[in-house]
Write a protein that binds this ligand. Structure first.
Ligand code: MN
Length: 325
């Protein structure tokens, strides 16, 4: 099968010393490929970065995926990511264990717990911080995704939404939570700007399950806990599993309890640049965003109440180019 994209360079650090990353939209190729996830540092925590990948930059508009934990943080500080800006994307935070406190330049302050969704729409620009709250449980485990905004919506005003409950249903012996998009007749209240789906799948009992897919979508599957097979092949928890568009279903099999995250979308069809915390279309936009952050522009505003420094934008050397296909 064809890989779903190519990239120029790698990004290993989210908030410090990032390298330029060039994203190109995915091709439509039915099939199933397992891509190793690499380690990266966020604050003092080592996380696993599942997207972007060397040969798979985007899954629909999902352009970035960090899987953090399970970490034993005890009474320690846990996650501490100081104020930093975003443009051109939405962040999706989903926890399996623990708590994260979000603050942003709109004045939002929101604690998120497992089963809840924090959705931040950066649009033209926003700043936020993320931290383990002072009073916290001893574990931290969750996901953070970025969703690229399409050309038509990428300059919209920023917004922050918290959803304390999301629709869920039982099917095929699974419990399915609809975090983004829809499944069966259940629809997430979260507003996204391109056709997407994001589902948490859980099962307590062993079994064979047939998961219906939208064939217009490409999909990614991350096994969060337990062991799972798809189409008769073991899915390593250390990999991101990519299913090209054109599939009507996945056959899943588990012998023990598992939790997985299935996400997908219509192939994005726009070339994007992803660099530091920005999604943009050219180097000039990146430079303007960096300058606006450095100059404390009203575009990003200020995050109040975080006990620590704001993150420093790295220098952008040269131009970012999307590689030719
Ligand atoms: Mn962020």
């Amino acid at each position: 099968m064809e890989p779903c994209g190519r990239m120029g360079q790698d990004v290993n650090k989210l908030e410090a010393e990032p390298e330029p990353v060039v994203s190109i939209s995915a091709t439509r190729s039915p099939g199933f490929v397992s891509l190793p996830v690499r380690d990266a540092e966020v604050g003092d925590i080592t996380i696993r970065r599942a997207l972007p990948q060397a040969i798979c930059q985007l899954v629909g508009a999902w352009c970035f995926l960090d899987h953090f934990g399970p970490h034993e943080i005890g009474a320690g500080p846990g996650l501490r990511v100081g104020p930093h800006p975003h443009t051109g994307l939405q962040t999706v935070t989903w926890l399996f264990d623990g708590e994260v406190l979000h603050r942003d330049s709109l004045g939002s302050i929101r604690l998120i717990r497992p089963g809840q969704l924090n959705l931040m729409t950066a649009g033209q620009g926003i700043a936020h911080s993320e931290e383990t709250p002072e009073k916290h449980s001893s574990h931290l485990h969750g996901l953070q995704f970025w969703i690229a905004l399409p050309e038509t919506d990428r300059h919209i005003s920023p917004a922050f939404d918290h959803f304390a409950e999301l629709p869920g249903f039982a099917a095929e012996g699974l419990h399915i939570t609809v975090i983004v998009g829809e499944a069966a007749s259940y629809r997430s209240p979260a507003r996204v700007y391109s056709p997407l789906v994001g589902l948490e799948l859980r099962a307590q009992q062993s079994g064979q399950r047939r998961i219906a897919l939208n064939p217009a979508f490409e999909h990614g599957l991350l096994v969060v806990a337990g062991k799972l097979s798809a189409d008769g092949r073991r899915l390593e928890n250390s990999d991101l599993h990519y299913f090209g568009a054109g599939r009507t279903h996945i056959e899943l099999y588990n012998q023990s309890p598992f939790c997985a995250f299935l996400f997908g979308g219509k192939p994005f069809g726009e070339e994007i640049l992803l660099w530091w915390n920005f999604v943009a279309r050219d180097s000039d936009e990146m430079r303007i965003a960096i300058d606006d952050w450095k100059s404390h522009s009203a575009r990003f505003g200020e995050v109040r109440g975080y006990d620590g420094d704001r993150l420093v934008a790295p220098a952008l050397k040269g131009d970012l180019h999307a590689p030719s296909r």
